[in-house]
Design a protein around this ligand. Structure first.
Ligand code: COD
Length: 299
């Protein structure tokens, strides 16, 4: 179990270095994070982007990039395309987003000819360290699948549970969130939650314990669950929160970061390799922790 995000480093230390390709690399926080992970011997970076822009940022911030490969590609779209192709041709183990919008990068990743599809659904997975919770909490999907149906939610849970298993969780506790903890036929999220719980009980979704619907308070607070008379193995001790849709997920993500000062690490799962996909406003620390997470999630 991860108590904080720095525990991720213990998981990857001593493992072979992974080749990480940073697309649209002319971004200060991304470069800072990549160089730190390189110095810590976690990754071997390749930077793709406007060479002069990259070098200017590094000079301004005293980043020593001697020995790092730079591929000059000033066009952002082409820079992402080249990065994705490096991964699909097995020249890199991890893809990272630099100064480009998430959906532009994801569209390249989903390209049918040279993208990183595997036949699985791709989904976003984030880990948060919040002072007010007793362990790291995972959240999915806050940035890729817009309004997942039941089938897609099953795939999202499976992606996240597979990743948590790699992080050392043998049976992560999954709370499927709704606005309420009772099934309400007018609230689709509660219907999905009940079905996912039952599918888990019947071993149709394995390697985790799922309960839902749970409202956010009883997912993360045992006291709150007991107050409402909810008997649940998951309530108050959730490892993974499954979001009803991208809006709820994204607002929770940003609320945790901006109001609760949470630390975050996030990646895309289900593609050929893990993809470091943080928000452009995320800190250098968040990008560094996301690189650690991607390295831990590699096969
Ligand atoms: N996994 C696997 N394949 C997918 C997925 C997925 N999650 N999503 C789409 N596909 C496949 C479809 O089956 C289809 O073959 C092709 O990709 C195109 O599908 P569309 O037309 O539904 O998808 P796009 O290209 O219009 O959009 C895909 C995005 C991931 C870009 C879109 O879902 C999106 O914009 N998501 C939100 C991203 C975002 O803005 N995040 C920011 C929050 S910080």
């Amino acid at each position: 179990m991860l108590r904080n995000l720095s525990d991720l480093k213990l998981l990857v230390e001593g493992r072979p270095k992974r080749k990480l390709v940073l697309a649209a690399a002319e971004d200060q926080h991304s470069l800072g994070a990549v160089i730190r992970a390189w110095k810590d011997n976690i990754i071997e970076p390749i930077l793709i982007g406007d060479e002069e822009g990259i070098k200017n940022i590094c000079a301004l911030n005293n980043y020593d990039i001697t020995g790092i490969q730079i591929i000059h590609e000033p066009d952002m779209g082409l820079s992402v395309e080249k990065a994705v192709k490096m991964v699909s041709s097995k020249q890199a183990d991890i893809l990272m987003k630099g100064k480009i919008g998430s959906s532009s990068l994801l569209k390249c990743v989903l390209n049918k000819e040279w993208g990183l599809r595997t036949g699985n659904l791709l989904s976003h997975f984030a880990l948060f360290e919040v002072e007010t919770y007793h362990k790291v909490i995972a959240v999915t999907d806050v940035a890729m699948n817009i309004a997942p149906n039941l089938q897609e939610k099953i795939a999202i849970v499976n992606n996240a549970v597979g990743c948590l298993n790699k992080l050392g969780y043998s049976m992560p506790k999954v709370a499927v969130l709704g606005a309420v903890e009772m099934v309400n036929e007018n609230m689709e999220a509660t219907l999905h939650a009940a079905l996912l719980s039952k599918m888990n009980q019947r071993d149709q979704i394995r390697n985790c314990i799922i309960d839902g619907p749970l409202a956010f308070d009883n997912a993360v607070s045992l006291e709150s669950a007991q107050h409402k008379g909810i008997r649940s193995e998951v309530a108050g001790d959730t490892d993974l929160l499954l979001m009803p849709d991208i809006e709820v997920g994204n607002v929770l993500y940003k609320s945790l970061v901006f109001f609760a000062k949470a630390k975050v690490a996030s990646i895309i799962l289900g593609a050929l390799v893990p993809i470091v996909l943080t928000s452009r406003s995320d800190s250098e620390q968040a990008k560094f922790d996301s690189i650690l997470l991607s390295a831990a999630a590699c096969k």
